[in-house]
Design a protein around this ligand. Structure first.
Ligand code: EPU
Length: 420
């Protein structure tokens, strides 16, 4: 168990580089199962979720290494379609193994994945798509068990927008015989990155970046090297941290194209920023924040993964802001922790809340419920007066590479304590 102890307040100043995208790297690692061979994937974030995913692949017979943000994967000798149940339950993204294992072995047995506590996370879209592609689900109390005699292209309507549901469907379809048309595909930057990687492996996918994808199945794919895109959510989190502390920070790896709705919110709340270079944003002034309303949505809407970090920013804005979290129902609990620090947040129901500011925050002991809520509390602690302790800090490490060291390099005072 890890704790962060933070001495606040601080003003962040300096330069920072965004890591590679967690939510692109995870499906891309899963996709290496689709073709036997050696891969070198660069710009991999050095985080727990990635280590866990690689360890699952190792157990299946792959050989992987991870060093200096580069991972190598040799999938030639993968000989099992049944990932270790305990490890699968440890990481939500293990659901992404369904499509590739089924495509490679015509069979997959996957325990029910775990993950963050952010509400119900059904996977019916994933299961329905595999069945549409000709797989049969075999009844099993604790696992998803599918078998096929060769997947067949199909018209698939994804009933509920789903990032990993779209990714699983794509990975299952690229080797299916014939044409697959996917309606209601998710268009998040990480879904696009997965498609670009699959194309490098030889897949035939059109409509990338739209809600309608057409996939012409190919007989075989081959291994490929690839560089992961910068992390959209990490970039946003650091922008928010810089602004919340009223600092001046230059952040490289900020892709404007991925951040349209986020940039709109920076304008709404009155943060001043500039782009000294392509893909570099500089936060220059956040001293006069005004209230705004946040409504999360699927891409191109405001990302749910930035809702909580933005929540701390509105505690510092003049007036009453509202939050409407439309994607998940368990993502407002962090507001109770902010109230312990002196914020004025009212949770109306599982999806809606209001926050009135500006309120000074004071350090206290708070718990990180999930990855994004944890990063949020860390930002709150940077602006709070006095000492804050964040329990279960390892939840933050699941998605942010060395966040303590990187913020300390900008002037934060975060100490990591490993508890027994
Ligand atoms: N949903 C259904 N039925 C389904 C699938 C989803 O009703 O079959 C609902 C979910 O309950 C939720 C919404 O659709 O209300 C969105 O869920 P989605 O399936 O898109 O989420 P996910 O694929 O499990 C990914 C990211 C999450 C991110 C969401 C939304 C990865 C590995 N995870 O999850 O990232 O919050 O998309 O953008 O890509 C994080 O990084 O902290 C994180 C939680």
């Amino acid at each position: 168990m890890e704790k962060f102890i933070i001495e606040g307040p601080c003003v962040l100043k300096g330069d920072l580089k965004v890591s590679g995208s967690k939510n692109a790297a995870l499906p891309i690692i899963a996709a290496t199962i689709l073709a036997k061979g050696k891969y070198q994937i660069s710009n991999i974030p050095m985080i727990l979720d990635i280590e866990n995913m690689l360890s699952i692949l190792d157990d299946l017979g792959a050989r992987t290494t991870l060093k200096n943000n580069i991972c190598t994967i040799d999938t030639t000798d993968i000989n099992s379609f049944e990932p270790d149940a305990r490890k699968v339950r440890n990481i939500r993204a293990s659901i992404l193994l369904l499509g590739p294992l089924l495509a490679r072995f015509n069979e997959v047995v996957l325990d029910q994945p775990g993950g963050c506590f952010i509400g119900a996370r059904p996977v019916s879209t994933h299961l329905a798509a595999l069945i549409d592609l000709g797989a049969k689900q075999i009844e099993s109390p604790d696992s998803y068990h599918f078998r096929a005699t060769g997947l067949l292209g199909a018209k698939i309507k994804i009933e509920k927008f789903s990032v990993t549901g779209t990714e699983n469907t794509i990975m299952a379809a690229v080797l299916a015989k014939g044409t697959t048309e996917i309606q209601n595909a998710a268009t998040e930057p990480h879904v696009i990155d997965l498609c670009n990687f699959l194309i490098k492996m030889g897949a035939n996918i059109s409509g990338i970046g739209t809600h309608n994808l057409t996939i012409q199945g190919v007989q075989a794919l081959s291994s490929a090297d690839y560089k992961i895109i910068p992390d959209q959510i990490e970039a946003g989190t650091f922008v928010i941290a810089a602004a919340a502390t009223k600092g001046q920070v230059k952040i490289s790896g900020f892709i404007k194209e991925h951040q349209k709705s986020f940039l709109q919110k920076l304008d709404d709340i009155n943060i001043e920023y500039s782009f000294p270079e392509e893909d570099v944003i500089e936060i220059t002034d956040a001293t006069n924040l005004r209230a705004t309303n946040i409504v999360t949505g699927v891409s191109p809407g405001f990302p749910t993964d930035l809702q909580a970090p933005f929540g701390v920013l509105i505690t510092q804005a003049r007036g009453t802001s509202t939050i409407n979290e439309t994607v998940f129902e368990g993502r407002l609990s962090y507001l109770k922790e902010l109230n312990k620090m002196g914020a004025n947040c009212v949770i109306d129901n599982d999806h809606e809340a209001s926050v009135t500011g500006p309120t000074p925050l004071t350090g206290t002991t708070i718990e990180s419920f999930d990855l994004r809520a944890g990063a949020t509390l860390l930002i709150a602690s940077l602006i709070a007066k006095g000492e804050s302790t964040i329990e279960k800090a390892e939840r933050i490490d699941r998605g942010y590479e060395k966040i303590d060291e990187r913020l300390n390099a900008l002037g934060a005072k975060i100490r990591r304590v490993t508890a027994e």
